[in-house]
Ligand binder design. Sequence first.
Ligand code: GLU
Length: 376
Amino acid sequence: MSRPELKNFRRIVVKVGSSLLIDSAAGEVRAKWLAALAADIAKLHADGRDVLVVSSGSIALGRSRLKLPRGPLKLEESQAAAAVGQIALARIWSEVLGHHGIGAGQILVTLQDTEERRRYLNARSTIGKLLEWRAVPVINENDTVATNEIRYGDNDRLAARVATMASADLLVLLSDIDGLYTAPPGANPDAKLIPIVDSVTAEIEGMAGAAESELSRGGMYTKIEAAKIATTAGTHMIIASGKVEHPLQKIADGGLCTWFLTPANPVTARKRWIAGSLEPKGTLTIDAGAVAALRAGKSLLPAGVIKVEGDFARGDAVIVRGPDTHEIGRGLVAYDADNAEKIKGRSSPDVMIILGISGRAEMIHRDDLVISGSRS
Ligand code: GLU
């Protein structure tokens, strides 16, 4: 496959590593560089793209604000440093994006938030709403509460999960290296940059060396792990150097980097996940009008549901059947079984009155729905 072009992507996650954001000697943010990156983001945003930022730097910034000595930190020290640094980090992003009239929304996630389906869906709808409002979500791991055994620890894999969660079609990892080399370039002068990786094979995995920089925990290993997560879920990924000014513009201009290509588009991969890997917990039987709407690519509204069976929770996979009990498709339901039973057959304004809250308008959103026999 040939190299794609940045302008063809609609939803882009940009991951910024600590060593780019923070000047390790001064312990402060590299303001000029960040302003240039924010200008790149603003340009994509103005072109109608959805942009999400995964930003590291809380621990590094906190450690410098607290004037902690160099050297490794214990877990509770990193957590406390992150608590100080994250406030500063959020403020910095809010300022640099605000300069372009863009609102920044902070989201701190833990590993469980992206692994457990219900929390995952919740975080996903918050992200969706921010994007709908044309804000830029700025995401980091919630380092202050994450414990050693159950944390990402690196923002490469976190960014890949965020990209799949947000159904992004592109993930850009800005790093202190301009791509994947055939061998770690520091030690091998003959190492060559690989411009396009069609699939993450064992050979590609073997090319990843150990982490090289003190500030970033990632290194190439976690970037390759991120590439596996992203490309399996239908998201293309780029490793590019963030050491240049205007790093995103440079990619758009055809600059050196490594593209990891996904064989599928995000919708297909996500829907494959829904269709294939989850155990349906219940069944919704719908009327003929709803069947037609679903086949036309619409969401399933409560009004179209005639029967609710099974003991499912919000976010569980359910089977959708037509009036003749023929399976129409499967999807992730937005209500638990009790509430689904209460609102079936009712119009959206009724739903609010019945449940006493303004819930989601859809019983199953079309992004969470896969229609049998349909290829999308
Ligand atoms: N979440 C960490 C921080 O903000 C960064 C992890 C990483 O460098 O990948 O400091």
